[in-house]
Write a protein that binds this ligand. Structure first.
Ligand SMILES: C[S@@+](CC[C@H](N)C(=O)[O-])C[C@H]1O[C@@H](n2cnc3c(N)ncnc32)[C@H](O)[C@@H]1O
Length: 218
């Protein structure tokens, strides 16, 4: 997916991935990661996710990375706050209430020369075509300090589609991508079954959400 694909999605408000509520896996599983309250949480490909407010309310500074200026603008406008803005290397950085949104290409994040103790990925890995996922996993391994924890939420469904996100990223692929640099534990599999419209209509045989805890190896 090139940048224009995502700019078009935001421009035309085709943002079905955006959740009006805090993600269930985040609520249920975050505590198990044992991330210290003051640890900053990296949120790659963050959109305007409300999950970032949830993390900030728990005392975590948040560093989100998002391509779309519209998403960043909406995030702060909908929260009713006026962020401070500055240019930082390849990014425009918008900050308010302990949340910093770096607007630009996440794959340039190393230009900031920063590392993090925790990360949260919901609908980021599965937004990337297969050819980009290894670079993404490698970048996260470099941005996270040894011992850092990451909560990763992916989708597994069949038959898979290759044309447009969300892409299926199953358990075996998570181990292939992250296994060299991270210890991995599958925390849960939410089997949506017939409650998912694509399963009910017969378009998909199954449609599951997977939640993993990753720990950066020392
Ligand atoms: C499927 S959405 C998920 C957003 C968010 N994680 C959520 O749960 O709502 C993927 C987001 O990644 C952004 N994006 C795609 N490629 C990016 C990149 N290279 N750098 C930063 N953001 C990117 C898109 O604009 C889009 O908002």
């Amino acid at each position: 997916m090139d940048a224009q694909f995502w700019h078009d999605r935001w421009q035309s408000s085709r943002i079905g991935f955006h959740q009006q509520q805090v993600n269930d896996h985040l609520r249920r599983c975050w505590q198990q990661l044992g991330v210290a309250a003051q640890s900053e949480v990296l949120v790659p490909l963050c959109g305007k996710s409300l999950d970032m407010h949830w993390l900030a309310e728990r005392g975590h500074p948040v560093a989100g990375f998002e391509l779309s200026p519209l998403a960043v603008h909406d995030f702060f406008r909908e929260a009713g706050v006026a962020p401070l803005q500055q240019s930082l290397h390849h990014f425009q950085c918008w900050q308010a209430r302990g949340i910093s949104l770096y607007q630009g290409d996440f794959f340039q994040a190393e230009s900031l020369a920063r590392c993090f103790d925790a990360a949260y990925d919901r609908a980021a890995l599965i937004a990337l075509p297969e050819a980009w996922r290894r670079s993404y996993a490698g970048l996260l391994a470099r941005l996270l300090r040894p011992g850092a924890a990451m909560l990763l939420v992916t989708l597994d469904y069949a038959p898979v589609q290759h044309e447009a996100p969300p892409f299926a990223v199953n358990e075996a692929e998570v181990y292939r991508l992250f296994g060299d640099d991270f210890d991995i534990e599958l925390l849960g599999r939410l089997e949506e079954g017939d409650s998912h419209p694509l399963v009910a209509s017969g378009e998909r045989a199954f449609f599951d959400e997977l939640c993993f805890a990753l720990r950066r190896k020392t």
